[in-house]
Design a binder for this molecule. Structure first.
Ligand code: NAD
Length: 339
Protein backbone atom coordinates (compact mmCIF):
# COMPACT_ATOMS: atom_id res chain seq x y z
CA UNK A 1 0.00 0.00 0.00
CA UNK A 2 1.85 3.14 -1.21
CA UNK A 3 0.02 5.31 1.36
CA UNK A 4 0.99 3.34 4.47
CA UNK A 5 4.05 1.40 3.25
CA UNK A 6 2.34 -1.77 4.52
CA UNK A 7 1.60 -5.01 2.66
CA UNK A 8 -1.97 -5.37 1.39
CA UNK A 9 -3.55 -8.76 2.07
CA UNK A 10 -7.10 -9.81 1.13
CA UNK A 11 -9.01 -11.38 4.04
CA UNK A 12 -11.95 -13.72 3.36
CA UNK A 13 -13.62 -13.93 6.77
CA UNK A 14 -15.90 -16.86 5.92
CA UNK A 15 -19.07 -18.25 7.48
CA UNK A 16 -20.15 -19.56 10.87
CA UNK A 17 -17.32 -18.93 13.35
CA UNK A 18 -15.34 -17.24 10.52
CA UNK A 19 -16.07 -13.62 11.53
CA UNK A 20 -15.27 -14.35 15.21
CA UNK A 21 -11.89 -16.00 14.58
CA UNK A 22 -11.08 -13.38 11.90
CA UNK A 23 -11.71 -10.61 14.43
CA UNK A 24 -9.27 -12.30 16.78
CA UNK A 25 -6.56 -12.39 14.05
CA UNK A 26 -7.14 -8.73 13.16
CA UNK A 27 -6.99 -7.67 16.84
CA UNK A 28 -3.78 -9.61 17.53
CA UNK A 29 -2.10 -8.37 14.31
CA UNK A 30 -2.95 -4.80 15.26
CA UNK A 31 -1.54 -5.22 18.77
CA UNK A 32 1.63 -6.82 17.33
CA UNK A 33 1.94 -3.90 14.86
CA UNK A 34 2.25 -6.27 11.88
CA UNK A 35 2.79 -4.14 8.73
CA UNK A 36 -0.29 -5.47 6.93
CA UNK A 37 -3.39 -3.64 5.72
CA UNK A 38 -6.24 -6.12 5.39
CA UNK A 39 -8.65 -5.79 2.47
CA UNK A 40 -12.13 -7.24 3.01
CA UNK A 41 -12.58 -9.81 0.28
CA UNK A 42 -16.16 -10.74 -0.54
CA UNK A 43 -16.14 -13.95 -2.56
CA UNK A 44 -19.87 -14.07 -3.21
CA UNK A 45 -20.58 -16.69 -4.48
CA UNK A 46 -22.45 -15.87 -7.69
CA UNK A 47 -24.30 -18.48 -9.69
CA UNK A 48 -23.71 -17.72 -13.40
CA UNK A 49 -25.16 -20.14 -16.00
CA UNK A 50 -25.46 -22.79 -13.29
CA UNK A 51 -21.76 -22.42 -12.36
CA UNK A 52 -20.56 -21.24 -8.96
CA UNK A 53 -18.44 -18.17 -9.65
CA UNK A 54 -16.42 -15.74 -7.56
CA UNK A 55 -16.99 -11.98 -8.12
CA UNK A 56 -14.34 -10.44 -10.39
CA UNK A 57 -13.38 -7.84 -7.74
CA UNK A 58 -12.39 -10.63 -5.36
CA UNK A 59 -10.49 -12.48 -8.09
CA UNK A 60 -8.56 -9.28 -8.91
CA UNK A 61 -7.80 -8.55 -5.24
CA UNK A 62 -6.35 -12.02 -4.69
CA UNK A 63 -4.44 -12.10 -7.99
CA UNK A 64 -2.91 -8.68 -7.29
CA UNK A 65 -1.70 -9.64 -3.81
CA UNK A 66 -0.65 -13.21 -4.74
CA UNK A 67 -1.63 -14.13 -1.19
CA UNK A 68 -4.79 -14.22 0.97
CA UNK A 69 -6.03 -15.36 4.37
CA UNK A 70 -9.31 -17.24 4.51
CA UNK A 71 -11.78 -18.31 7.17
CA UNK A 72 -14.01 -21.40 6.73
CA UNK A 73 -16.79 -21.44 4.14
CA UNK A 74 -19.95 -23.49 4.67
CA UNK A 75 -20.96 -25.88 1.89
CA UNK A 76 -24.66 -26.78 1.69
CA UNK A 77 -24.99 -30.58 1.53
CA UNK A 78 -26.33 -32.13 -1.67
CA UNK A 79 -27.40 -28.88 -3.36
CA UNK A 80 -27.10 -28.20 -7.05
CA UNK A 81 -23.97 -26.07 -7.31
CA UNK A 82 -20.32 -26.70 -6.69
CA UNK A 83 -18.79 -25.85 -3.30
CA UNK A 84 -17.21 -22.42 -3.08
CA UNK A 85 -14.03 -24.01 -1.69
CA UNK A 86 -13.73 -26.10 -4.85
CA UNK A 87 -14.42 -23.01 -6.94
CA UNK A 88 -11.59 -21.16 -5.17
CA UNK A 89 -9.20 -24.04 -5.88
CA UNK A 90 -10.13 -24.09 -9.56
CA UNK A 91 -10.09 -20.29 -9.96
CA UNK A 92 -6.62 -19.83 -8.46
CA UNK A 93 -5.09 -23.16 -9.57
CA UNK A 94 -4.51 -24.16 -5.93
CA UNK A 95 -2.98 -27.54 -6.72
CA UNK A 96 -1.49 -28.47 -3.34
CA UNK A 97 -2.69 -28.19 0.23
CA UNK A 98 0.05 -28.36 2.85
CA UNK A 99 -1.20 -29.45 6.27
CA UNK A 100 1.27 -29.65 9.14
CA UNK A 101 0.03 -31.23 12.40
CA UNK A 102 2.37 -30.79 15.34
CA UNK A 103 2.04 -31.48 19.07
CA UNK A 104 2.09 -28.43 21.31
CA UNK A 105 4.75 -28.81 24.02
CA UNK A 106 3.22 -29.00 27.53
CA UNK A 107 -0.32 -29.48 26.22
CA UNK A 108 -1.60 -32.87 27.36
CA UNK A 109 -2.82 -34.95 24.43
CA UNK A 110 -3.16 -38.67 23.69
CA UNK A 111 0.19 -38.63 21.87
CA UNK A 112 3.34 -36.55 22.35
CA UNK A 113 5.97 -35.45 19.82
CA UNK A 114 3.70 -35.77 16.81
CA UNK A 115 5.03 -33.81 13.82
CA UNK A 116 3.19 -34.91 10.68
CA UNK A 117 2.97 -33.15 7.33
CA UNK A 118 0.50 -34.14 4.63
CA UNK A 119 0.43 -32.59 1.17
CA UNK A 120 -2.92 -33.14 -0.45
CA UNK A 121 -3.63 -32.97 -4.18
CA UNK A 122 -6.21 -30.24 -4.24
CA UNK A 123 -7.89 -30.06 -7.63
CA UNK A 124 -9.11 -33.46 -8.77
CA UNK A 125 -9.56 -37.03 -7.52
CA UNK A 126 -12.98 -37.50 -5.92
CA UNK A 127 -13.42 -33.70 -5.78
CA UNK A 128 -13.64 -33.20 -9.53
CA UNK A 129 -17.36 -32.57 -9.19
CA UNK A 130 -18.19 -34.96 -12.04
CA UNK A 131 -21.28 -36.96 -11.09
CA UNK A 132 -24.14 -38.38 -13.16
CA UNK A 133 -27.32 -40.20 -12.37
CA UNK A 134 -27.25 -42.87 -15.08
CA UNK A 135 -30.74 -44.14 -14.28
CA UNK A 136 -32.76 -43.37 -11.15
CA UNK A 137 -31.01 -44.98 -8.19
CA UNK A 138 -27.67 -45.42 -9.97
CA UNK A 139 -25.10 -42.66 -9.64
CA UNK A 140 -21.65 -42.54 -11.16
CA UNK A 141 -19.16 -40.36 -9.33
CA UNK A 142 -15.86 -39.91 -11.12
CA UNK A 143 -12.45 -39.88 -9.50
CA UNK A 144 -10.27 -38.05 -11.99
CA UNK A 145 -6.48 -38.43 -11.86
CA UNK A 146 -4.30 -36.72 -14.46
CA UNK A 147 -0.56 -36.92 -15.00
CA UNK A 148 -0.41 -33.11 -15.17
CA UNK A 149 -2.00 -32.49 -11.75
CA UNK A 150 -0.11 -35.43 -10.21
CA UNK A 151 3.21 -34.06 -11.50
CA UNK A 152 2.47 -30.61 -10.11
CA UNK A 153 1.69 -31.75 -6.59
CA UNK A 154 4.42 -34.41 -6.46
CA UNK A 155 7.09 -31.98 -7.74
CA UNK A 156 6.00 -29.51 -5.08
CA UNK A 157 6.09 -32.29 -2.44
CA UNK A 158 9.66 -33.34 -3.38
CA UNK A 159 10.82 -29.73 -3.26
CA UNK A 160 9.01 -29.04 0.00
CA UNK A 161 10.52 -32.18 1.61
CA UNK A 162 13.98 -31.08 0.51
CA UNK A 163 13.45 -27.47 1.65
CA UNK A 164 12.55 -28.48 5.21
CA UNK A 165 15.35 -31.06 5.38
CA UNK A 166 13.26 -34.22 5.82
CA UNK A 167 14.59 -37.51 4.36
CA UNK A 168 11.49 -39.27 3.00
CA UNK A 169 8.60 -38.50 0.72
CA UNK A 170 5.83 -41.06 1.20
CA UNK A 171 3.23 -41.48 -1.54
CA UNK A 172 0.04 -42.64 0.17
CA UNK A 173 -2.22 -44.54 -2.24
CA UNK A 174 -4.48 -47.52 -2.91
CA UNK A 175 -3.09 -48.57 -6.29
CA UNK A 176 -3.82 -52.20 -5.42
CA UNK A 177 -7.52 -51.42 -6.02
CA UNK A 178 -7.54 -48.11 -7.92
CA UNK A 179 -4.98 -49.59 -10.27
CA UNK A 180 -5.13 -47.02 -13.02
CA UNK A 181 -6.00 -43.84 -11.12
CA UNK A 182 -3.80 -44.20 -8.03
CA UNK A 183 -1.46 -46.23 -10.22
CA UNK A 184 -0.81 -43.15 -12.37
CA UNK A 185 -0.20 -41.04 -9.25
CA UNK A 186 2.37 -43.57 -7.94
CA UNK A 187 4.02 -44.03 -11.34
CA UNK A 188 4.38 -40.26 -11.75
CA UNK A 189 6.20 -40.07 -8.41
CA UNK A 190 8.50 -42.96 -9.36
CA UNK A 191 9.37 -41.29 -12.66
CA UNK A 192 10.29 -38.03 -10.92
CA UNK A 193 12.35 -39.58 -8.10
CA UNK A 194 15.64 -39.52 -10.05
CA UNK A 195 15.64 -35.73 -9.97
CA UNK A 196 15.63 -35.77 -6.14
CA UNK A 197 18.41 -38.18 -5.12
CA UNK A 198 18.55 -36.58 -1.64
CA UNK A 199 14.91 -37.57 -0.90
CA UNK A 200 13.91 -41.25 -0.41
CA UNK A 201 10.67 -42.02 -2.19
CA UNK A 202 8.51 -44.49 -0.28
CA UNK A 203 5.10 -45.94 -1.14
CA UNK A 204 2.46 -46.79 1.47
CA UNK A 205 -1.11 -48.07 1.21
CA UNK A 206 -3.59 -45.67 2.82
CA UNK A 207 -4.95 -48.34 5.19
CA UNK A 208 -1.40 -49.08 6.43
CA UNK A 209 -0.74 -45.36 6.86
CA UNK A 210 -3.84 -44.93 9.02
CA UNK A 211 -2.83 -47.85 11.24
CA UNK A 212 0.82 -46.75 11.47
CA UNK A 213 -0.17 -43.17 12.29
CA UNK A 214 -2.31 -44.35 15.17
CA UNK A 215 0.15 -46.96 16.46
CA UNK A 216 3.33 -44.98 16.03
CA UNK A 217 2.93 -41.42 14.72
CA UNK A 218 6.48 -40.39 15.67
CA UNK A 219 7.68 -42.75 12.89
CA UNK A 220 6.74 -40.03 10.40
CA UNK A 221 8.79 -37.21 11.94
CA UNK A 222 11.43 -37.40 9.18
CA UNK A 223 8.87 -37.71 6.36
CA UNK A 224 6.36 -35.76 4.33
CA UNK A 225 3.34 -37.59 2.87
CA UNK A 226 1.69 -36.74 -0.45
CA UNK A 227 -1.60 -38.20 -1.62
CA UNK A 228 -4.61 -37.89 -3.90
CA UNK A 229 -7.33 -35.52 -2.74
CA UNK A 230 -9.72 -37.55 -0.55
CA UNK A 231 -7.00 -39.53 1.24
CA UNK A 232 -5.28 -36.24 2.05
CA UNK A 233 -8.47 -34.75 3.41
CA UNK A 234 -9.10 -37.69 5.74
CA UNK A 235 -5.48 -38.26 6.73
CA UNK A 236 -4.89 -34.64 7.68
CA UNK A 237 -7.94 -34.59 9.98
CA UNK A 238 -6.64 -37.78 11.60
CA UNK A 239 -3.28 -36.06 12.07
CA UNK A 240 -4.95 -33.06 13.73
CA UNK A 241 -6.58 -35.44 16.20
CA UNK A 242 -3.29 -37.25 16.86
CA UNK A 243 -1.21 -34.11 17.32
CA UNK A 244 -3.42 -31.90 19.44
CA UNK A 245 -6.82 -33.54 19.71
CA UNK A 246 -8.57 -30.53 18.15
CA UNK A 247 -9.35 -29.37 14.65
CA UNK A 248 -9.27 -25.84 16.06
CA UNK A 249 -5.45 -25.85 16.03
CA UNK A 250 -4.43 -27.02 12.54
CA UNK A 251 -3.31 -24.49 9.90
CA UNK A 252 -2.85 -25.03 6.17
CA UNK A 253 -1.58 -23.42 2.99
CA UNK A 254 -3.12 -23.81 -0.46
CA UNK A 255 -0.38 -23.47 -3.07
CA UNK A 256 -1.04 -22.31 -6.63
CA UNK A 257 -0.90 -19.16 -8.77
CA UNK A 258 -1.54 -17.46 -5.46
CA UNK A 259 -1.17 -18.82 -1.91
CA UNK A 260 -4.28 -19.02 0.21
CA UNK A 261 -3.77 -19.67 3.91
CA UNK A 262 -6.66 -21.19 5.83
CA UNK A 263 -7.61 -23.17 8.92
CA UNK A 264 -8.29 -26.85 8.24
CA UNK A 265 -11.57 -26.80 10.18
CA UNK A 266 -15.00 -25.84 8.83
CA UNK A 267 -17.48 -23.16 9.83
CA UNK A 268 -18.43 -24.97 13.10
CA UNK A 269 -22.12 -24.04 12.88
CA UNK A 270 -22.77 -25.74 16.25
CA UNK A 271 -20.82 -23.05 18.12
CA UNK A 272 -21.12 -20.08 15.72
CA UNK A 273 -21.96 -16.72 17.28
CA UNK A 274 -21.31 -17.99 20.83
CA UNK A 275 -17.80 -16.60 21.42
CA UNK A 276 -16.57 -20.20 21.86
CA UNK A 277 -14.44 -20.79 18.76
CA UNK A 278 -10.72 -21.39 19.04
CA UNK A 279 -8.96 -18.92 16.68
CA UNK A 280 -5.62 -20.79 16.87
CA UNK A 281 -5.87 -22.61 13.51
CA UNK A 282 -6.47 -19.35 11.65
CA UNK A 283 -3.76 -17.64 13.72
CA UNK A 284 -1.24 -20.38 12.92
CA UNK A 285 -2.27 -20.15 9.24
CA UNK A 286 -1.52 -16.43 9.42
CA UNK A 287 1.86 -17.32 11.01
CA UNK A 288 2.62 -19.58 7.99
CA UNK A 289 1.66 -16.62 5.80
CA UNK A 290 3.97 -14.21 7.66
CA UNK A 291 6.88 -16.67 7.29
CA UNK A 292 6.16 -16.92 3.55
CA UNK A 293 6.17 -13.12 3.33
CA UNK A 294 9.56 -12.90 5.07
CA UNK A 295 8.02 -11.35 8.20
CA UNK A 296 9.57 -13.99 10.52
CA UNK A 297 9.91 -11.59 13.45
CA UNK A 298 6.14 -11.11 13.62
CA UNK A 299 5.47 -14.79 12.86
CA UNK A 300 7.65 -15.90 15.79
CA UNK A 301 6.16 -13.29 18.13
CA UNK A 302 2.58 -14.33 17.39
CA UNK A 303 3.26 -18.08 17.37
CA UNK A 304 5.07 -17.93 20.72
CA UNK A 305 2.28 -15.84 22.27
CA UNK A 306 -0.40 -18.26 21.04
CA UNK A 307 1.44 -21.37 22.28
CA UNK A 308 2.28 -19.72 25.62
CA UNK A 309 -1.39 -18.82 26.10
CA UNK A 310 -2.60 -22.34 25.29
CA UNK A 311 -0.20 -23.88 27.81
CA UNK A 312 -0.77 -21.28 30.55
CA UNK A 313 -3.67 -23.18 32.11
CA UNK A 314 -7.23 -24.30 31.55
CA UNK A 315 -8.69 -20.86 32.10
CA UNK A 316 -6.74 -19.62 29.06
CA UNK A 317 -7.89 -22.42 26.73
CA UNK A 318 -11.13 -22.53 24.73
CA UNK A 319 -13.71 -25.28 25.28
CA UNK A 320 -12.46 -27.54 22.43
CA UNK A 321 -9.28 -27.95 24.55
CA UNK A 322 -11.27 -28.53 27.73
CA UNK A 323 -10.83 -24.94 28.93
CA UNK A 324 -13.15 -22.12 29.95
CA UNK A 325 -11.82 -19.23 27.82
CA UNK A 326 -13.96 -17.47 25.25
CA UNK A 327 -12.66 -16.37 21.84
CA UNK A 328 -12.49 -12.84 23.26
CA UNK A 329 -10.66 -13.71 26.50
CA UNK A 330 -8.22 -16.00 24.61
CA UNK A 331 -7.45 -13.15 22.19
CA UNK A 332 -6.82 -10.78 25.11
CA UNK A 333 -4.46 -13.28 26.75
CA UNK A 334 -2.49 -13.75 23.50
CA UNK A 335 -2.05 -9.97 23.27
CA UNK A 336 -0.74 -9.89 26.86
CA UNK A 337 1.81 -12.57 25.91
CA UNK A 338 3.16 -10.68 22.87
CA UNK A 339 6.74 -9.49 23.29
P1 NAD B 1 -16.31 -28.33 11.31
O1 NAD B 1 -14.82 -28.35 11.19
O2 NAD B 1 -16.97 -27.03 11.04
O3 NAD B 1 -16.73 -28.82 12.77
C1 NAD B 1 -16.38 -30.12 13.30
C2 NAD B 1 -16.33 -30.02 14.85
O4 NAD B 1 -15.16 -29.30 15.24
C3 NAD B 1 -17.52 -29.27 15.43
O5 NAD B 1 -17.89 -29.86 16.65
C4 NAD B 1 -16.98 -27.87 15.68
O6 NAD B 1 -17.61 -27.17 16.75
C5 NAD B 1 -15.51 -28.17 16.00
N1 NAD B 1 -14.66 -27.05 15.59
C6 NAD B 1 -14.31 -26.71 14.33
N2 NAD B 1 -13.58 -25.60 14.33
C7 NAD B 1 -13.46 -25.21 15.61
C8 NAD B 1 -12.81 -24.11 16.25
N3 NAD B 1 -12.13 -23.17 15.57
N4 NAD B 1 -12.91 -24.01 17.59
C9 NAD B 1 -13.56 -24.93 18.30
N5 NAD B 1 -14.19 -26.00 17.77
C10 NAD B 1 -14.14 -26.14 16.42
O7 NAD B 1 -16.85 -29.46 10.33
P2 NAD B 1 -18.34 -29.72 9.82
O8 NAD B 1 -19.32 -29.48 10.92
O9 NAD B 1 -18.26 -31.03 9.15
O10 NAD B 1 -18.56 -28.64 8.69
C11 NAD B 1 -19.32 -27.44 8.85
C12 NAD B 1 -19.30 -26.67 7.54
O11 NAD B 1 -17.96 -26.25 7.22
C13 NAD B 1 -19.77 -27.48 6.33
O12 NAD B 1 -20.57 -26.63 5.54
C14 NAD B 1 -18.50 -27.84 5.60
O13 NAD B 1 -18.69 -28.03 4.23
C15 NAD B 1 -17.65 -26.62 5.87
N6 NAD B 1 -16.19 -26.87 5.79
C16 NAD B 1 -15.44 -25.87 5.26
C17 NAD B 1 -14.07 -26.00 5.22
C18 NAD B 1 -13.26 -24.88 4.65
O14 NAD B 1 -13.77 -23.81 4.38
N7 NAD B 1 -11.98 -25.07 4.42
C19 NAD B 1 -13.44 -27.14 5.74
C20 NAD B 1 -14.23 -28.15 6.31
C21 NAD B 1 -15.62 -27.99 6.34
Amino acid sequence: NPETGNYTVPFIEGDGVGPEISKSVRTIFKAAKVPIDWVNCDIGPLLINGETTIPQTAVDQINNSLIALKGPLATPVGQGHRSINLTLRKTFGLFANVRPAKSIPNLASTYENVDLIVIRENTEGEYSGIEHEIVPGVVQSIKLITRKASEKVIKYAFEYTRSIGRSNLIVVHKATIQRRGDGLFVQTAQEMADKYPDVNLKLELIDNTVLNCIMNPEKYADSVSVCPNLYGDILSDLNSGLSTGSLGLTPSANIGETVLYEAVHGSAPDIAGQDKANPTALLLSSVMMLNHMGLQKYADMIETAVLTTITSGKEFRTADLGGSATTTSFTKAVIENLN
